[in-house]
Design a protein around this ligand. Structure first.
Ligand SMILES: Cc1cc2nc3c(=O)[nH]c(=O)nc-3n(C[C@H](O)[C@H](O)[C@H](O)COP(=O)(O)O)c2cc1C
Length: 215
């Protein structure tokens, strides 16, 4: 066991990433890596967990973990409270960066781009497949606001349960999805002696440029 942070290091030797194995656009490689992460990462790791960075109106960064809930040719979808701190930041500055880390595979994927809200139909559709407790929680919790104590939250939940005693909770207006439209997707494969492989996809004039970055 290393004794200090300075002593903690791991050499990455599991795999490499070369241009010959990389498609000309990033989506199919993300799908492949994600499928491998689903197979390989050990429970309770959630392979769809990622760090999402946003900036506020004054340019200060904020970062937190979220779950990726959708991916198609348009982009990467996640759900949250539109009034939360991240919601305010995305309103002021509709750009974000997300980072996935799959430690068993010694891989990282970084995605950056503009963020838009998904349609209310898409938010409703996802809201309806969430467990009842999560749906009630979305109504009850004023995400990111200061609350007095745990009891205040439980009281808010009790009020929400009462409100929805005879009806299924519908998707609140303050809750829904965001889609990150990727402009840059970087695949990082750890290699020995810190000489990692980094393949970066960059959107230029509607087409993807693939390039290798120094580790
Ligand atoms: C594993 C994990 C998954 C999470 N998934 C979500 C999520 O999908 N949506 C969400 O709003 N918050 C999620 N959270 C909570 C966020 O990290 C964060 O606390 C919350 O969104 C408030 O962030 P904000 O104050 O910056 O808006 C998750 C946290 C963890 C640790």
């Amino acid at each position: 066991m290393p004794q200090t942070l300075a002593d903690m290091r791991r050499d990455y030797t599991r795999a490499g990433l070369c241009e010959a194995d990389a498609p000309l656009e990033p989506f199919s490689l993300f799908h492949l890596w994600f499928a491998e992460a689903m197979k390989t990462e050990q429970l309770p790791v959630e392979p769809n967990a990622m760090s999402l960075a946003t900036v506020d109106a004054s340019g200060r960064p904020h970062c937190r973990v979220l779950l990726l809930k959708g991916l198609d040719e348009r982009g990467f979808t996640f759900f949250s409270n539109y009034d939360s701190a991240k919601g305010q930041q995305l309103k002021a500055r509709p750009f974000a960066a997300m980072t996935f880390f799959w430690p068993t595979l010694e891989r990282q994927v970084r995605i950056e781009g503009q963020v838009e809200r998904v349609t209310s139909q898409e938010s409703d559709a996802y809201f309806q497949v969430r467990p009842l407790g999560s749906r009630l929680g979305a109504w009850a919790s004023p995400q990111s606001q200061v609350i007095r104590d745990r009891v205040e939250l439980e009281d808010l939940l009790a009020l929400t349960e009462k409100r929805f005693l005879d009806q299924a909770p519908h998707c609140p207006g303050h809750w829904g999805g965001y889609r990150l439209l990727p402009e840059r997707v970087e695949f990082w494969q750890g290699r020995a002696s810190r000489l990692h492989d980094r393949l970066n996809y960059r959107l230029e004039k509607g087409g993807w440029i693939r390039e290798r970055l120094a580790p």
